[in-house]
Design a protein around this ligand. Structure first.
Ligand code: SF4
Ligand code: SF4
Length: 146
């Protein structure tokens, strides 16, 4: 009989302890979001792939095609090319591709750009089926952002 009462006592006690834990959790502030329906603000220090910074006046890239970012990249994942402009006197940016599959997010490209023409993007939800899908055409992406 004593064992029977003890079992009931411990059963009820564990039930109460469990309910206390549950109710405590119910009144605590919610720290999760219903991703992808909800999204949180990304911290300013977040490093996504690189992207071209638009000139505030023209909306075009400020890149002067010096090639410094490509030279400094230890992973050799940046390709920058230029071509002559219509009058043949100046050169214009014709290709700027980052192979994000090789990027270590070291930041050397961004730090060494003399014009501040590239920055890290805040894109974090990248997905793809092939490596080529992560070869980012930054000129195209700059146009798409405008
Ligand atoms: S962050 Fe580093 S590895 Fe990535 S592209 Fe820039 S220099 Fe290369
Ligand atoms: S270092 Fe800057 S200015 Fe030079 S090619 Fe790279 S992005 Fe353009």
């Amino acid at each position: 009989m004593k064992q029977y009462v003890n079992n009931i006592y411990f059963g009820l006690k564990s039930l109460v302890v469990g309910l206390v834990v549950t109710f405590k959790a119910m009144i605590q502030p919610v720290v999760t979001v219903q991703y992808p329906r909800e999204e949180i603000d990304i911290t300013p220090n977040y490093r996504g792939h690189i992207e071209l910074v638009p000139n505030p006046e023209t909306g075009e890239s400020s890149c002067i095609i010096c090639g410094m970012c490509a030279k400094e990249c230890p992973s050799e994942c940046i390709t920058v090319k230029s071509e002559k402009s219509g009058d043949g006197k100046t050169k214009v940016l014709s290709l700027f591709v980052q192979d994000f599959t090789k990027c270590s997010l070291c930041g050397l490209c961004v730090e060494n750009c003399p014009k501040g023409a590239i920055q890290f993007s805040d894109e974090y939800d990248l997905a793809g089926f092939t490596k080529e899908m992560f070869h980012f055409d930054l000129i195209k992406r700059l146009k798409e952002r405008q």
